[in-house]
Design a protein around this ligand. Structure first.
Ligand code: OAD
Length: 234
């Protein structure tokens, strides 16, 4: 813990990579592990482009339900520490796999959302994208002004990340002295690649997670515990 604290204190340039675990203490279920969404639902039925073309109403019902859960959630002390870091450091980039918007709600500005944003919709015909925070959505599936069907503004399995975003994240990681990896199972690619990439580029890697992950052996330090408790102690 002391070593990790020193690295963070002395670093001018830090990247944080977050996953669903950082929002767990805000009451939002993670995907894997006990109580995880993928324990009760099949990703193939709900989070792929094929699932959406097969049954858009079903996919939308699931996203509408998740939007309702997330709408009730508030940022927790783990999120707030990342806001303090952004304010304290010359160079801080937050790279998140989360679509819940809690990092913005906490007050972070420089956020790279690798997997999109559940509060944005995108037209499947004209590709227009817009924010929509209504909970519940009045009509499913929602429509675009052009009459086309809207989809959630998130990245599904088998889809590419938003253009340029991985390059931007990789660039931030290359220039960082510390990569702080919080609350991710580190099994979804390409996001997980940022961890060994940081290591090769010479950054110290600090992992915060109650359980071991495939990337724990890549990390210089693994701090075991919930983000809402560990991050404030750092
Ligand atoms: P996962 O659900 O795969 O992993 C959550 C991680 O958070 C696990 O390693 C837990 O041990 C850890 N965790 C649980 N509670 C925690 C706490 N209080 N503090 C810190 N860590 C905690 O979530 P992600 O790694 O984000 O993708 O999953 C990656 C991607 O897979 C998601 O973005 C989503 C999902 O399918 C898409 O939808 C494209």
């Amino acid at each position: 813990m002391d070593q990790a604290r020193d690295w963070l204190r002395n670093a001018e340039s830090i990247v944080a990579l977050t996953g669903a675990g950082i929002s767990a203490e805000s009451g939002i279920p993670t995907f894997r592990g006990d109580g995880g969404l993928w324990r009760n639902f099949r990703a193939e039925d709900l989070a792929t482009p094929e699932a959406f073309s097969r049954d858009p109403a079903l996919v939308w019902e699931w996203y509408n339900w998740r939007r309702e859960l997330i709408a009730k959630a508030k940022p927790n002390p783990g999120h707030r520490v990342l806001v303090d870091l952004e304010r304290a450091k010359r160079d801080f980039t937050l790279v998140t796999q989360n679509v819940d918007g809690l990092h913005e709600a906490a007050g972070n500005y420089r956020i790279l959302k690798l997997h999109g944003d559940i509060w944005r919709l995108r037209c499947t015909s004209c590709n227009a994208e817009w924010p929509d925070r209504r909970v519940p959505l009045p009509k499913l599936p929602p429509k675009c002004q052009c009459g086309g069907m809207a989809r959630p503004g998130v990245v599904w399995f088998g889809e590419a990340l938003p253009p340029g975003i991985l390059e931007e994240a990789a660039h931030a990681v290359e220039n960082s002295q510390v990569l702080l990896v919080v609350g991710t199972s580190a099994v979804v690619y390409p996001a997980a690649n940022l961890i060994p990439y940081a290591k090769r580029a010479g950054a110290k890697v600090i992992e915060v997670n109650p359980t071991e992950t495939p990337m724990s052996e890549v990390a210089d330090i693994s701090l075991r515990g919930p983000a809402g408790e560990i991050l404030p102690r750092l």
